[in-house]
Design a protein around this ligand. Structure first.
Ligand SMILES: Cc1ncc(COP(=O)(O)O)c(C=O)c1O
Length: 414
């Protein structure tokens, strides 16, 4: 073995010695100029201001949907979306155990019960095959998450929902512009939601959108995020139902508009770099990259490597350590496993532990950590690689070189 082939972990030279390309999501001059224009244009209404309405229109056009309801966050969007779908106390909502709290808290705010389907180990996501065994007479909504820019199989999920008469809410917070069957995610289910927090493909500082083609659902969500004030100009303005202030502010909408105008460019660059990475590491034994089938498009909110120890000669954790030693930004777990959170450990012991969460029918043991073995296994099997639209071509080339070097080393040890 040449010196260059010796792993950095074992004293060899690092593959990556230069810093990753960095950038700032916000074009400061452009966004400040847009904010200035808006502030100089006059008062900022609480709701339905000109910037909000323009942003709403722009998103509707981009996704080809009838209704977009801008709101304050992705979490708010899930909550409002589930409320619109009629989820109530004791109803069950099936979702993934690999996600952010924002997917789940809306379920719990409605005193409904999150039910965690295990993931498909090949995709790290829930799909029709893993959801089906979790359906009960109390299931109301299927809530798939498109993780890390990658679409899950919406054809199967929509067919399953139809078969059981269930509603579908797609959580696309991490997957702006991802496609399944050449169609944008978030447009398959009854409702789709996105987040525009600072970590996502695009950011309004904080923000979210609810998408739907069903005008009744759109109207309900619109009221739910605006304390249920009727601002249509028809009929009384007074609240008609309990509802929160989850509005997106007029100033956030100014930034959201600047950001949505570049979402395609951001997603396309990530796609280009991710696909180059996939091609560069193709064929390595026991190493694969999370990607959808050819009719899907991943927009890489990071890249996910899967390691199959029996073929790779090392487990994911060992591979990850070796990559990190090569100077590659690699980490585990890829995504938090919710059943290991203190929240669900507490509820598993005591379903009435929290004053603000009283779910009829919830019994002890419902959140047992062992019910999703594949999700638990991804903690060591999957590796998250840094990849965003500011990465340089060199960053991706070096990532490929490092993955090849580590894979080749361990494969030879088998
Ligand atoms: C999958 C998923 N759903 C929902 C959310 C919630 O979005 P927000 O932070 O805008 O409330 C996030 C945010 O991290 C997320 O990753």
């Amino acid at each position: 073995m040449s010196a260059a082939e010796t792993l950095a972990l074992l004293g060899g030279p690092k593959v990556k010695t230069t810093p990753y390309g960095k950038g700032f999501k916000h074009d400061v001059e452009t966004e400040i100029a847009a904010l200035r224009r808006r502030m100089e244009a006059g008062p900022l209404p609480l709701a339905k201001g000109q910037s909000i309405m323009a942003f709403r229109q722009r998103v509707q056009e981009l996704f080809g949907v009838r209704c977009c309801v801008p709101c304050s966050s992705g979490s708010a969007a899930v909550h409002a979306g589930l409320a619109a779908l009629g989820v109530g106390p004791g109803d069950e909502v099936i979702t993934t155990p690999l996600t952010d709290h924002g997917t789940i808290i809306g379920i719990m705010q409605l005193n409904a019960i999150p039910v965690f389907a295990d993931i498909n180990p090949n995709t790290m996501m829930i799909d029709a095959g893993t959801i089906a065994p979790r359906i009960t007479p109390r299931t109301r909504v299927l809530l798939p998450v498109h993780n890390l820019g990658c679409p899950t199989d919406m054809t199967g999920i929509m067919a399953l929902a139809k078969q059981h008469g269930l509603k579908v809410l797609e959580d696309c917070a991490q997957s702006w512009m991802a496609e399944w069957e050449h169609r944008l995610v978030g447009t398959f289910g009854d409702i789709g939601i996105y987040s525009a927090n600072e970590s996502k493909h695009i950011s309004a500082g904080e923000g979210g959108v609810i998408l739907t083609n069903d005008e009744d659902l759109g109207r309900y969500a619109d009221l739910f995020v605006d304390k249920s004030y009727n601002r249509t100009g028809n009929g009384p303005v007074e609240p008609v139902m309990p509802a929160l202030n989850y509005r997106m502010s007029e100033l956030n909408a100014v930034i959201a508009m600047e950001q949505i105008n570049k979402v395609r460019a951001v997603a396309d660059r990530r796609y280009e770099l991710g696909e180059r990475l996939a091609a560069g590491i193709a064929g390595l034994p026991g190493v694969s990259l999370l990607r959808p089938p050819s009719h899907g498009k991943c927009t890489y909110w990071g890249a996910v490597l899967f390691i199959e120890p029996s073929l790779a000669g090392v487990d994911g954790t060992g591979f990850c350590k070796a990559l990190a030693a090569e100077g590659i930004s690699a980490g585990q777990p890829v995504q938090g496993f919710v059943l290991q959170w203190p929240l669900f450990k507490t509820l598993n012991e005591n379903p009435k532990a929290f004053r603000t969460y009283i779910a009829p029918g919830l019994t002890a043991g419902r959140f047992d950590v062992d019910q999703c073995p594949n999700a638990q296994g991804q903690r060591t099997r999957a590796i998250r690689l840094y990849l965003d639209n500011f990465c340089t071509d060199q960053d991706v080339e070096e990532t490929i070189q490092a993955v090849r070097k580590v894979a080749t080393y361990y494969a030879a040890q088998r």
